[in-house]
Write a protein that binds this ligand. Structure first.
Ligand code: CA
Length: 325
């Protein structure tokens, strides 16, 4: 009898520790990606559901108006450390910018906004983040992103095999973004580069790999070297405010067409250059901005237009301070 209870207890704990969806995931890992079932199962068994991750993803999207959002990133400290980071890695940044045809200051600013130049890379175990969001995604949110996170989990397992990473030890953001540039596993596999030539892509310890990878990411998403990111636009009272973008910043109309629609910008722009128009909430009024292909490319890193504008503003501040040295 005692033996029976012991066995029952064992079974219950074994069942209780298995995440819902494990079997289906393991089968897919084996049949579609040829991964070893036992290894995948062992890794999933080790992953822990974290309520703090569910709480973090459930928080309402940052509703802060632009002028408050900007203050988070445009601090003296972040600008000064950006200058330091640039000076410390001057040659690497210059050679990545040249090789991939992207702007040096934008590389610096992205790493600055993402992780304060590699200082704050997240303290959630990545395996916990991806299992929690892939298998326990909250049902009450507006969109179900569980399949996205489950797909990222599959990428993560493959990535750890490819790069020889300790899959149960790596830390990152609550959403599974990793390293100094906060790459998701699929982006890591697709866009990370071995820029120091040591044979592996290490976005935690190799600043060279991080700089090269951020540059390659921008390049692969269509960065246009030498082209502008954004310019302030003056809106006339009868401007076509219904044409202002909310979510999609793919350039649609030309600078000349925007002017016909009541959004006038600076004279140095080619009238044929395509742009979208963005509205930002300043303290007492709205401002309007023509945003070009390069702005759109920054939103491939993070979909929020305020994120892209913060990266751009930070890049300009750092550039200006570099010029004063
Ligand atoms: Ca490397």
């Amino acid at each position: 009898m005692r033996k029976f209870f012991a066995l029952l207890f064992f079974c219950l704990t074994a069942v209780a520790s298995e995440h819902p969806g494990t079997e289906e995931f393991v089968q897919r890992a084996v049949s579609e990606y040829g991964l070893p079932a036992a290894d995948v199962r062992a890794l999933l068994d080790e992953a822990e559901y974290k309520q703090s991750i569910i709480d973090a993803i459930s928080r309402p999207a940052e509703g802060k108006p632009w002028h408050q959002y900007r203050q988070i990133f445009l601090t003296d400290k972040r600008i000064e450390e950006g200058v330091d980071f640039w000076l410390e890695n001057r040659e690497l940044i210059a050679s990545a910018a040249e090789k991939f045809g992207v702007d040096e200051a934008i590389i610096v600013a992205i790493i600055g906004v993402e992780t304060f130049y590699g200082r704050i890379t997240g303290s959630y175990r990545t395996i916990d983040a991806l299992v929690t969001l892939g298998f326990y995604y909250p049902q009450n949110l507006s969109s179900d992103r569980s399949s996205f996170f489950s797909s990222e989990l599959m990428h993560y397992i493959q990535l750890s095999g490819e790069e020889g990473l300790p899959a149960s030890e790596i830390n990152g953001s609550y959403a599974g973004a990793m390293g100094m540039g906060q790459f998701m596993p699929s982006s890591y596999r697709e866009y990370a580069v071995d820029f120091d030539g040591d044979g592996s892509r290490d976005l935690w310890r190799s600043t060279a790999d991080v700089i090269g990878s951020v540059a390659n990411y921008l390049h692969r998403h269509g960065w246009e070297p030498g082209q502008p990111v954004t310019r302030r636009a003056l809106a006339s009272s009868g401007a076509a405010f219904d044409k202002v973008s909310k979510n999609n910043f793919t350039p649609g109309l030309t600078v000349a067409e925007w002017e016909e629609n009541g959004f006038r910008s600076s004279n140095d722009l080619s009238p044929d250059l395509k742009a979208a128009v963005l509205k930002l909430a300043e303290e007492n009024r709205n401002t309007y901005w023509l945003v070009f292909k390069n702005f759109y490319v920054i939103t491939r890193y993070n979909r929020s237009p305020r994120y892209a504008m913060a990266v751009y503003d930070l890049s300009q501040e750092i550039k200006e301070r570099m010029g004063q040295l």
